[in-house]
Design a binder for this molecule. Structure first.
Ligand SMILES: Nc1nc2c(ncn2[C@@H]2O[C@H](COP(=O)(O)OP(=O)(O)OP(=O)(O)O)[C@@H](O)[C@H]2O)c(=O)[nH]1
Ligand SMILES: [Mg+2]
Length: 327
């Protein structure tokens, strides 16, 4: 083992050892190479890692279409996927149990959750997917766990306000930073092919019913990122309404109600699209082939007069009603 390897290098090496998928292993190896101190003593190790990396890249191209089942792969459902992150016993499962119908395993002992458990929660007329996760500690996370975070839309860092808030936040940030999972961190937000690695995150301070005074203030002050913070109690239900509104806002989605010409709009089930989507994006979401035949659209909603004609590139707003006319 060459001398002068840094804590950053060992962190990346730990990530490599806990990685399950080839893609994740490649990312971790690239990180090890990037943070490795450059001097003669590391030449051997560098060559060794490069060999491993090129072998893995070969496997990655051959393996496409293989039948490997990954329990940490949670298929997306609803308007957005929010995955919880936190230390043992901090209250993750209780949040999923309080907001969804999923059978999240709440227990008064740590490590009760061993695999992701997805559930659907409702905000107004939108379904949002919440995913309960096994806990992480300063030196352990379940192999493959990072894959769930890599594929989500938003990470919710859960902090038990009755415990050591700074320590919990430190463990969660360390996990995210060392795996390039956090937007705004110094670690790379994209891999070498330009695919996004990093995700948006925010903080839920839970167990407010048994929190020490100013506990949430303590988390805010010790956090170097401009996260949003929501204070809740899964036990009393305090803050849960606010939390679902924050999830909807942070997912940056808009709801659009489709209106068949000459008929009332379907207000029961909106289409959900990323903020900034256009009339054409909506048409494509409804039916890709039909979209090419889009002649014009009429729109009722924000910044337009009722029934105004809208171009294909008109940017939609949350709760707009759209009537699409095809040729
Ligand atoms: N008083 C109070 N207790 C809570 C609250 N949320 C969770 N708990 C209790 O805290 C303990 C742990 O809750 P879980 O939701 O199972 O914690 P977890 O983060 O899923 O734990 P792991 O699966 O080990 O990671 C249980 O005894 C819960 O009843 C809360 O808001 N208030
Ligand atoms: Mg749990």
């Amino acid at each position: 083992m060459p001398a002068n390897l840094t804590p950053e290098y060992f962190k990346a090496e730990r990530w490599f050892r806990s990685a399950v998928t080839t893609e994740e292993k490649i990312l971790a190896l690239e990180r090890m190479l990037a943070v490795m101190p450059k001097h003669k003593g590391t030449d051997h190790l560098k060559a060794d890692l490069r060999r491993k990396l090129s072998k893995l890249k070969d496997t990655a191209t051959q393996k496409k279409g293989g039948k490997h089942v990954d329990i940490f792969h949670v298929p997306r459902s609803g308007a957005g996927q929010v995955v919880l992150l936190g230390t043992p016993n901090c209250g993750k499962s209780s949040i999923v149990a309080a907001l969804t119908n999923a059978k999240a395993n709440v227990a008064d002992f740590p490590f009760a959750t061993s695999a992701p458990v997805p559930g659907m929660m409702t905000f107004e007329d939108v379904q949002i997917q919440l995913v309960d996760m096994p806990p992480i500690t300063a030196d352990y996370s379940a192999p493959g766990q990072v894959g769930t975070y890599r594929n989500c839309d938003l990470i919710a860092i859960v902090i038990d306000l009755s415990g050591d808030v700074r320590e919990q936040l430190g463990i969660c940030l360390d996990f995210l930073e060392s795996r390039s999972l956090l937007v705004g961190a110094e670690t790379p937000a994209y891999d070498t092919q330009g695919n996004a690695l990093a995700k948006e995150a925010f903080c839920i301070g839970t167990k407010s019913d048994m929190a020490k005074p100013d506990a949430l203030q303590g988390v805010k002050e010790s956090c170097k990122y401009p996260f949003e913070f929501v204070e809740i109690s899964a036990a009393t239900g305090a803050g849960l309404g606010e939390l679902s509104g924050v999830l909807f806002r942070l997912l940056k989605i808009i709801r659009i109600y489709a209106k068949p010409p000459g008929k009332p709009a379907d207000m029961a089930e909106p289409f959900t699209l990323p903020a900034g989507s256009t009339v054409m994006d909506l048409a494509t979401a409804i039916h890709r082939q039909l979209a090419e035949k889009l002649k014009f659209a009429r729109i009722w909603g924000t910044g337009v007069y009722d029934g105004q004609n809208a171009q294909r590139n008109h940017v939609l707003n949350d709760k707009d009603i759209i009537e699409l006319h095809f040729s």
